[in-house]
Design a protein around this ligand. Structure first.
Ligand code: GRG
Length: 299
């Protein structure tokens, strides 16, 4: 598939492999249940979208891949930790993730909790040890990640999501949950790529808007796909989750996803050819609802 004269599939594949090589090198096999479980959860699939976004934003801001890569990997570690914990019986209680049995199903709840703990901690060690980046920029990126992952971002969003289960929610409340639970990490992904490059404030603002809108678009699209039966966990409907399609129906939910996509595209429109991958990714998030080929990677 082509968008803006970029071979998007190839772009995503190349970067995904780059990230996966770095992740595998960071966590070589070791004879412990914890390490086996970490490798199982981290290396067994996933689209690697957040690290790819960090690399793409870094490209726009002029950062070489080697500068962004540790931060890109850290994003995937934080993301994978959130998935492992989200799947636990105390949260969504899912049996499948990325097309495979969930971590706690294979290794037990105790080990799965520790997998998440280890991945979150390792993410910060990875960023703290990054070379090829000015310490001031690295510190800004580390702070960005902490804010996005913590109470004000993903963890707080997850708490709101749990509270909202089975209750009637307004569109504003759903939007807030999406902004924090999913959007915070998308926002952080592009900002981290820009921060390690010491991007100018105007560029950072554009990328921030792009990340926020893409995060919203991605979550609505994910909810639409889930409502259409494409997910591999228990459905949002069964869990009584607050979602756009549950509140608005599929058609209007899609319109909201398209609006968010268009706002993301508008934010990076003035950035020219450098932002072609960012535009292609935003376009695909909605397009894959009709043909889930390029983004839909589970293993
Ligand atoms: C447990 C602290 C904590 C947070 C959980 C991310 C999250 C918050 C929960 C996962 C459940 C979920 C459906 C979240 C919405 C975000 C989302 C669609 C995650 C899946 O992201 P993808 O599609 O997954 O990028 P892959 O497997 O491709 O990496």
């Amino acid at each position: 598939m082509r968008a803006d004269s970029l071979d998007v599939r190839r772009y995503l594949d190349t970067r995904r492999r780059l990230v996966e090589r770095a992740l595998a090198a960071r966590f070589p096999p070791r004879p412990s249940a914890l390490r086996r479980a970490i490798r199982y959860s981290l290396l067994g699939g996933g689209k690697r979208l957040r690290p790819i976004l960090a690399l793409a934003a870094g490209e726009v801001a002029g950062a070489p891949v080697r500068t962004v890569l540790p931060f890109a990997c850290a994003l995937e570690l934080v993301h994978t930790y959130s998935l492992v914990h989200d799947d636990l019986p105390a949260m969504d209680d899912d049996d499948l993730r990325r097309g495979l049995p969930t971590s706690h199903k294979v290794f037990g709840e105790g080990v799965a909790i520790l997998v998440g703990d280890a991945l979150l901690t390792e993410a910060f060690e990875l960023m703290a040890g990054a070379r090829h980046v000015a310490p001031r920029n690295a510190l800004a990126a580390v702070a960005e990640m902490a804010r996005a992952a913590g109470e004000g971002g993903m963890v707080g969003g997850q708490a709101l999501d749990l509270e909202a289960e089975g209750r009637a929610a307004t569109l504003a409340a759903i939007r807030t949950i999406h902004r924090r639970k999913t959007g915070a990490l998308f926002r952080a992904a592009v900002r981290v790529g820009a921060l390690v490059a010491n991007a100018r404030p105007a560029l950072l603002r554009r990328l921030t808007t792009y990340g926020e809108q893409l995060g919203l678009c991605f979550q609505i699209a994910d909810d639409i796909a889930d409502a259409a039966g494409a997910g591999d966990g228990r459905t949002d409907h069964v869990l009584g989750k607050a979602t756009y399609p549950a509140l608005l129906g599929m058609g209007r939910a899609r319109t909201h996803a398209e609006r968010a996509r268009d706002a993301a595209l508008a934010a990076v429109a003035p950035l020219g050819a450098r932002a072609t991958p960012l535009r292609a990714i935003a376009t695909l998030v909605v397009a894959q609802l009709d043909a889930p080929v390029v983004l839909a990677r589970t293993g």
